[in-house]
Design a protein around this ligand. Structure first.
Ligand SMILES: Nc1nc2c(c(=O)[nH]1)N[C@H]1C(S)=C(S)[C@@H](COP(=O)(O)O)O[C@H]1N2
Ligand SMILES: [Mo]
Length: 329
């Protein structure tokens, strides 16, 4: 008997569920269903609890410092959509190391960011261990306003602060054998409990990967800040990836290791559910997720102009002029 019933998109409350959460929820259904001896169909959909607006912004940005006088890159100003309010963006997060819901901002505060080191190795001429402070000073920071599109069909507009990954490539000098780059997120089972309900092992640590040509594209970005300050922990302090033409899960948070490799490595979501999260993961309105359409997206936020309005999704999330040449055959 098959206990897992695949949820149809209309059964998933968009305020609650994420593709990723839905997957973990199905595992939870299965586990609960076995324990209770009942079928999954009668069980409720697990998702995030409803959010409250009572958390003040100062709580949401605890442990951050202002980043003053950072120039805004005029090539990346979002004209069509307003910037998502930080009071929403910083308490609506995906960070499965700290739980399987959107409400992880409080638990993420236990991420230890002092003396953060990033190990850079593999097929590079200059392998080394970077201190986060060195990174902040070695690479000139700029602000870019990017559209952000999650595979769960919601979207925001986010003002990131950071630097293009291509500057980083120039500094570490990959050898000609390097074809892929793997990014590894912080993981310590004592500190990052993961989602509460799941069956079997999850492929921790969270890793993501790009082809080296993708990493060298002008748009690929390392963020050290957001909304004019250093990154709050829930956004992946002190350094995370931002790849605006790909679904959000490609942007690993709280990076501790960067490796240049000859072969394509396994990645977190692609290992867990290869049929739902492909390696390339470019935003593509014509390629539906197995469980829902990707043709439109909800603009999430709390402002009256935003309020969960549906908009068409654009190929490459609207960044085709920058990246389409990476994928022409
Ligand atoms: N380490 C790690 N990185 C991660 C995730 C995660 O669970 N763990 N979630 C991804 C997903 S699915 C999304 S949509 C974005 C969310 O980023 P935000 O919370 O800063 O908006 O982070 C991505 N990076
Ligand atoms: Mo996502």
């Amino acid at each position: 008997m098959v206990l897992i019933r695949i949820l149809k998109s209309w059964e998933i409350s968009e305020h609650q569920t994420t593709p990723e959460t839905a997957f973990l929820s199905r595992r939870r259904f299965l586990k609960t269903a076995i324990a209770a001896g009942i079928g999954a169909t009668v069980l409720p959909i697990a998702g995030c609890k409803s959010e409250t607006n009572s958390d003040s912004l100062s709580e949401l940005i605890q442990n951050t410092t202002p980043l003053a006088n950072i120039p805004r890159n005029p090539n990346f100003i979002e004209g069509d959509r307003p910037i998502t309010e930080q009071s929403f963006a910083s308490r609506y997060n995906n960070f499965y190391e700290f739980g399987g819901t959107k409400s992880i901002w409080k638990s993420a505060q236990s991420l230890p960011t002092e003396n953060w080191k990033i190990e850079v190795g593999g097929l590079v001429k200059n392998p080394r261990i970077y201190d986060i402070d060195e990174i902040q000073t070695q690479f000139p920071l700029e602000e870019r306003i990017y559209r952000f599109r999650c595979v769960e069909a919601w979207a925001m507009v986010v003002p990131w602060i950071g630097f293009p990954m291509k500057r980083f490539i120039e500094a570490v000098e990959p050898t000609s054998a390097a074809k892929f780059v793997r990014f590894t997120s912080f993981y310590d089972p004592e500190i990052t409990p993961g989602p509460r309900f799941h069956l079997g092992d999850l492929p921790w640590p969270y890793t993501e990967s790009l082809r080296i040509e993708e990493m060298a594209n002008e748009l690929a970005f390392f963020a050290t800040g957001i909304y004019g300050r250093t990154l709050p922990k829930q956004h992946g302090a002190p350094l995370r990836m931002v790849i605006p033409w790909k679904y959000g899960f490609k942007g690993a948070k709280s990076i501790v290791k960067i490796e240049f490799l000859a072969e394509q490595p396994a990645t977190y979501w692609n290992t867990l559910v290869p049929s739902e999260y492909d390696f390339e993961a470019n935003v593509n309105p014509t390629k539906p997720h197995p469980r829902w359409s990707q043709a439109t997206e909800r603009i999430v936020g709390t402002g009256p102009a935003l309020s969960w309005k549906r908009q068409p999704t654009l190929p490459y999330n609207g960044y085709g002029e920058w990246v389409a040449n990476l994928y022409s055959t």
